[in-house]
Structures are given as structure tokens and as C-alpha cells.
Design a protein around this ligand. Structure first.
Ligand SMILES: C[S@@+](CC[C@H](N)C(=O)[O-])C[C@H]1O[C@@H](n2cnc3c(N)ncnc32)[C@H](O)[C@@H]1O
Ligand code: SF4
Length: 375
């Protein structure tokens, strides 16, 4: 049996945040139920193909899975169990956000085997939240954490964003202290990306919203990481920190070249040396499933060159870095020799220890240039 990860995309939200370009839509319950039926059909189609696999991580992400009506997650999980082999010790994560989580829904998730909850907090400064079109308040966030605690969820991950309008170091201290108080085990800290075709970009271009400069955002990121470190959260990937033993097993698969199956609109899969991406258009996805057509809109065979590039790119985003011997075995290239000059150029930022090449976490913010040069 081969170990693999399972990702299920739920493309629904109660409102569209102004910065977000993920496949997520505001829809009614009829469409949500139709989507869940289609997901089940996709699972039935893929089940046969994955007979030799055992899934030891499941991640229901989005969008916002917690906006699905009560009963939908149970239906999805029953369908997973009918069509795939699931390990007994599966890390089973669901993404929720503060204004759609309820006790009843969380109880449903727990009864289905969910043992890790990822909460999209982003900020606890109501001015910042308002400026990015995030329809939640600090009150909602506090209530949502109470729901998690009441129901005994111990493995909590929380997302925060850096580089938001009105954000100061004081806000970062407040949110990190809030996470500590609520025994959050894992933090994803994302620097705001100003995506094309978003309302935030329009507002910034028209001067309605002013964002911190790149330099200020970098400083906020560095400050946040330092503060989290002082609270015993260890940075194990550019945007991810955790308490010891609470790294996301599912996300580690993406960075470590382990196979995964993605189901639903816009999801990606990687197996059998191929990468697949599903259609990102909700209506087309539904119609394709219902007419028994393929939902894959892009596929590529990963040749050796692409795999080499991805290996360098993904490994160097992690604190553990790149295993040099494994790399040489796979790609017949001694990186210390072939990239001698580049490694020398970045000698302050790079380290080589126990057969691994890695970027010192302090230099993660400039990692893009280093990685590009190494590729
Ligand atoms: C797709 S969302 C799913 C979580 C959930 N929908 C929520 O927002 O609460 C995953 C995370 O991506 C991050 N994210 C989304 N758009 C982003 C952007 N433009 N820049 C930086 N981070 C972003 C947010 O931190 C968000 O929590
Ligand atoms: S950030 Fe999360 S809640 Fe906001 S629109 Fe995107 S997926 Fe939905």
C-alpha cells in the first residue's frame, strides 16, 4: 500500500473577502447540495484507481467548508469511507471560519473523525478586517474558539495575515497572545498577496485603501516570526509555524513529493508521475460530472527537469531544506558542485548540515531570489 493525502475542495463562502482569488463562491443551499452529490460521484469514479493507496491525511478545505449545511460533511465522509482505504491514525483537518462554525456543526465533524481544525482568523483588529472586506469581528473569533474548546478540539491551527491595512506590531502581539491563550498548536502566517481581479486591488489602485509597503510587510513578518518563536512556535516552512509534533502532516506531503488526490472544483492532484488540475469553473465542474465527462482541465507529465525544479523549490521553502544525497540519487547532480558559485554568493543565508542544504529561517523572506538562482 502507498501512503497518500486526500484533499477535498469546498468552494463556498458566506461572502467574498476583498483580497481572495481562491475558487470560492457565494451560493444557495440547493447548489451546495448538488455540489456534494457531484463530489460523491467523483469519488466513486476515482475509487478504483486508488485501490493500492492508503490515505493517512484528509484535508477538507476551501472556500469555507463550515458554510455547508448540516449533514453535508457526514455525507462526504461516508462517501470517502466507501471508496477509499483510510488509515486508522489519519490526520483529518477541516477549515472553518469564525462566523459559520456552530456547536452542532462541529459535533457533526467530530463524529465523522475530524481531529484537527484550521480556523481562518486573519486579524483581530476590526478596522483591518473591515478594510479587507472580511465579514467577522473579534467577538466572532472569541466565540468560535469557545466552541472549539467546549467540544474538546485540541489540535487547532489558525491563519493570520501580515501586511494588512492599519496593522501594527501591537496588533501582531495581540493576535499571537490570543493564539497562545487559546492553545493554538499551529499558525499559518501569510503575507498579503495583492491578487489581480480582486476588490482589494481596485481599492488600492483607486487610493481608497493604503497598504503597508513591501518593506513594512517584511518587517511585520519578521516580527511575527520572532514573537512566535519566543512562544515556542517553530517555523518549519516559510508561512507555517507549529508547536513540537504539531506540524501539518498533510501540507508536508505537498512539499515532500508525496502523492495526493484532490477532489472538487479547482483541486490539484499528484500521482503516478502526473499532475492534474480540475476545472475551476463551478458550473462547468457540475455539468461535467453530471454528464459523465472528465473534470480535469490541465494535466502534465512531470519530466525529470520539472521534478528537479519542484524539488529545489519546495524543499527550500521548508526549514529542513533539501536532502543532498537523495537529490543526487534522483537527479544525478551534485548540487554542491553544480551550484558552487551560487551557494557561495548566498553563504550568509544558506547552511549545509547533516547532508542537507537549507535557507536559514531568518532569510526566508528573500528565499524567492535564492531559489530562482539555484534552479
Ligand atoms: C482559502 S483560505 C481558506 C480559509 C477560510 N476560507 C478563511 O478564509 O477563513 C486559506 C487561507 O489563505 C489565506 N489567503 C487567502 N487569500 C490570500 C491573499 N490574497 N494573500 C495572503 N493570504 C491569503 C488566508 O489566510 C486564508 O485563511
Ligand atoms: S479568504 Fe476564505 S472566507 Fe474569504 S473569500 Fe477566500 S476562501 Fe472565502
Amino acid at each position: 500500500m502507498t501512503n497518500a493525502g486526500l484533499y477535498i475542495h469546498i468552494p463556498f463562502c458566506n461572502a467574498k473577502c476583498h483580497y481572495c482569488d481562491f475558487a470560492s463562491f457565494v451560493c444557495n443551499n440547493d447548489l451546495k447540495n448538488r455540489y456534494v452529490d457531484c463530489l460523491c460521484t467523483e469519488m466513486q469514479r476515482k475509487g478504483e484507481l486508488f485501490k493500492g493507496y492508503i490515505f493517512d491525511t484528509i484535508y477538507i478545505g476551501g472556500g469555507t467548508p463550515s458554510v455547508l449545511p448540516y449533514g453535508c460533511i457526514k455525507k462526504i465522509v461516508e462517501c470517502i469511507q466507501e471508496n477509499f482505504d483510510i488509515s486508522k491514525n489519519t490526520e483529518f483537518t477541516i477549515e472553518v471560519n469564525p462566523n459559520s462554525l456552530t456547536d452542532t456543526k462541529l459535533k457533526e465533524y467530530i463524529s465523522c473523525g475530524v481531529n484537527r481544525v484550521s480556523m481562518g482568523v486573519q486579524s483581530i483588529n476590526d478596522n483591518s478586517l473591515h478594510a479587507i472586506g472580511r465579514k467577522q469581528s473579534f467577538e466572532n473569533v472569541k466565540n468560535a474558539f469557545e466552541i472549539l474548546h467546549r467540544n474538546g478540539i485540541n489540535n487547532i491551527s489558525a491563519d493570520m495575515m501580515l501586511g494588512l491595512p492599519f496593522q501594527t506590531r501591537k496588533d501582531i502581539r495581540k493576535i499571537v497572545n490570543f493564539f497562545v491563550k487559546h492553545k493554538v498548536k499551529h499558525i499559518s502566517a501569510y503575507m498579503l498577496q495583492l491578487e489581480d481581479n480582486t476588490k482589494l486591488k481596485q481599492n488600492v489602485q483607486s487610493g481608497k485603501i493604503v497598504l503597508p509597503s513591501d518593506e513594512e510587510t517584511t518587517k511585520l513578518y519578521q516580527y511575527a516570526i520572532k514573537l512566535c518563536n519566543s512562544k515556542h512556535y517553530c517555523l518549519y516552512e516559510i508561512s507555517n509555524l507549529s508547536k513540537k509534533h504539531f506540524e501539518s502532516k498533510h501540507n508536508i506531503k505537498y512539499w515532500n513529493d508525496i502523492e495526493y488526490l484532490g477532489l472538487g472544483v479547482s483541486s490539484s492532484s499528484y500521482y503516478g508521475g502526473m499532475r492534474y488540475t480540475n476545472n475551476g469553473n463551478l458550473e462547468e465542474y457540475l455539468n461535467n460530472i453530471e454528464s459523465n465527462s472528465s473534470v480535469v482541465s490541465f494535466e502534465e507529465k512531470l519530466d525529470k527537469d520539472t521534478m528537479r525544479t519542484e524539488k529545489i523549490m519546495l524543499s527550500l521553502r521548508t526549514a529542513k531544506g533539501l536532502d543532498l544525497i537523495d537529490f543526487e540519487t534522483k537527479f544525478e547532480e551534485n548540487l554542491l558542485e553544480s551550484k558552487k558559485n551560487i551557494i557561495k554568493k548566498y553563504k550568509k543565508a544558506l547552511n549545509i548540515k547533516n547532508g542537507r542544504l537549507y535557507i536559514k529561517p531568518k532569510y526566508f523572506v528573500v528565499s524567492n531570489q535564492i531559489i530562482l538562482d539555484l534552479i
